[in-house]
Design a protein around this ligand. Sequence first.
Ligand SMILES: NC(=O)c1ccc[n+]([C@@H]2O[C@H](COP(=O)([O-])OP(=O)(O)OC[C@H]3O[C@@H](n4cnc5c(N)ncnc54)[C@H](OP(=O)(O)O)[C@@H]3O)[C@@H](O)[C@H]2O)c1
Length: 284
Amino acid sequence: MATSKLSLSSKIKLRDGYEIPILGFGTYELEGKDAYEGVTWALQCGYRLIDSAEWYENEREVGQAILDFCKKTGTPREEIYYTTKLKLNNGYDHVKKAIKRSLETCGLGYIDLYLIHGPLGGAEARKNSWRAICDFQKENLTLLRSIGISTFGVRHMQELIDTGLPMPVVHQIDLHPFMTRTEIVEFSQKQGMLLEAWGPLTRGLRLEHPTLLILSKKYQTSPAHILLRYSIEKGFVPLPKSASKERIKTNAEFFNFYLTAQEVGELDSLDEYLTTDWDPTSCP
Ligand SMILES: NC(=O)c1ccc[n+]([C@@H]2O[C@H](COP(=O)([O-])OP(=O)(O)OC[C@H]3O[C@@H](n4cnc5c(N)ncnc54)[C@H](OP(=O)(O)O)[C@@H]3O)[C@@H](O)[C@H]2O)c1
């Protein structure tokens, strides 16, 4: 599909046949009432993918906000895409327990996308986590729809290939013009994984960059919109987070312009390996 035809309700088909919304709402550092409100506002604005994690300690509030929104608006649960993540690679049985716990805590009946949050813990621990997730999915076909990884390096992905188990369908990693991760992106895509971009707004660190200011002037929009549009042009699913009702709304309003291939190339050339949060891609 031409990227100029995309809208907030567009979806992308994953390798396993499920569809994922084109834009997500990040919930890192949103806790309690803030998580509940943020997710409610995001759903009201038309976001249909909500990204949570055991680590964020907000699975309950995020799940409740989704359930309440569905009830109030008559929206079927199936229209909302819920992601959560495994906090610790701490052994096969513990991982299966963690999945069950996440399912119970969110109260949503099933999880659309379940990710290994990160590669920490060593090769054996990673393999055990992935095996447990694959087994859990096979044993409970309706409970985990899609499965994937987050913030893995190429070596970590190669280890998964070597297990002979099914490969992840999604790789969530920090991606923006100042952190392009070309090698990891190419490797993931070659394995048929869709990339989700965390930190798509650089956590606010580069919103004043001259190239973003020039492009936002040209398109009469904001630097945040240029970054999110960049993500879409690259074929990524960006997961912007905001605690502000106004920014949650405006962040999603970038489907009225698109960037040329040359502009995307210019943005790619800004890569400076900017880490905005953690970077475990080289961990042993
Ligand atoms: N898998 C992983 O390891 C991993 C790691 C990090 C994040 N994530 C996921 O990815 C999501 C997004 O990443 P992120 O939260 O680190 O960073 P981000 O979305 O790039 O940036 C969020 C920051 O930008 C600010 N912001 C939002 N909209 C803005 C706008 N229009 N103008 C100026 N500032 C704006 C927010 O402040 P306000 O809240 O005040 O608006 C917040 O401080 C997370 O929430 C989480 O769901 C995953």
